[in-house]
Write a protein that binds this ligand. Structure first.
Ligand SMILES: Nc1ncnc2c1ncn2[C@@H]1O[C@H](COP(=O)(O)OP(=O)(O)O)[C@@H](O)[C@H]1O
Ligand SMILES: [Mg+2]
Length: 257
């Protein structure tokens, strides 16, 4: 029997615990010496220049990538390598990408209700009811019968958030969820994320949206060249970054904000 299922869940453990994470692609070391604890209900914003390893970090947490070394636990359980345990872990870690990746030929409602039926074995009617609740929560219930292409980018991303929530995740990972959106749609997605954070969801959000970080994040983790360079409360990070690399980075992103 896999150790994951016998250890069970330990409420004293951080929701996500990362130790000594390392990942390379060939010669190129993309993540190294990553240690990170994310408490239950904590909201962590991950910032850093393009190529610093932010997406790879998210992908390692839910095992879309296999790390070369290091340990990751979610809710006190080791992240499994494969099989049924992995499917369960994936359900516990919701992920929202820059590209929404909705099924184009399924309705909004089907997009949100399919995985709970297929992966979690929920009865279809129950999955539909829950999906409608979640669509309502993210403000797109009126579009349930439409196809993704009939929705704006902001609406589609909110559907993608509802789809992730439909699996009852313990933690939500957001990888630049507003980067592909037209500017006028960024806020509607950030508002949904803020409401989730206020409801106590444990979240890791890769984003350069300072307003979100300031109002919703407990901590900002700044990465560069595959390492965590600096961690601080949002106010401190944005007003007085300690490292030169963070200072340089902020001087570039802030000119756009
Ligand atoms: N599948 C891959 N194969 C090879 N190199 C990759 C792959 N995915 C990412 N990389 C490289 O790893 C580094 C970190 O990428 P990524 O995690 O996407 O950074 P970020 O999200 O911070 O922009 C980059 O140099 C990128 O080119
Ligand atoms: Mg990325």
């Amino acid at each position: 029997m896999a150790t994951g299922s016998t250890i069970g869940e330990d409420a004293d453990q951080p929701m996500v615990r990362i130790r000594g994470l390392r990942k390379s692609y060939g010669e190129h070391v993309v993540l190294q010496d990553i240690d990170m604890d994310i408490a239950r209900g904590e909201v962590v914003v991950v910032a850093g220049p393009s190529g610093s390893g932010k997406s790879t970090l998210c992908r390692c947490i839910n095992r879309l990538e296999v790390a070369d070394a290091g340990d990751i636990t979610v809710a006190g359980r080791p992240v499994p390598l494969e099989g049924r345990e992995l499917a369960r872990l994936r359900a516990e870690v919701g992920m929202v990408f820059q590209q929404f990746n909705l099924f184009a030929h399924k309705t909004v409602l089907q997009n949100v209700s399919l995985a709970p039926v297929k992966v979690l074995g929920r009865p279809a009617e129950q999955a539909r009811e829950r999906a409608m609740e979640l669509l309502d929560r993210v403000g797109v219930a009126a579009h349930a019968a439409k196809f993704p292409a009939q929705l704006s980018g902001g609406q589609q991303q909110r559907v993608a958030i509802a789809r992730a929530l439909a699996m009852d995740p313990k933690v939500m990972l957001f990888d630049e969820p507003t980067s592909a959106l037209d500017p006028e749609m960024v806020n509607e997605v950030l508002e949904v994320m803020k409401a989730l954070a206020a409801d106590g969801m444990t979240m890791v959000a890769v984003t350069h949206e300072m307003g979100f970080a300031r109002s919703a994040a407990d901590r900002v983790v700044f990465m560069d060249a595959g390492r965590i360079v600096e961690e601080a409360a949002p106010e401190e990070f944005f007003s007085a970054p300690r490292s030169r690399r963070a200072q340089e980075f902020l001087s570039k992103v802030l000119t756009h904000g």
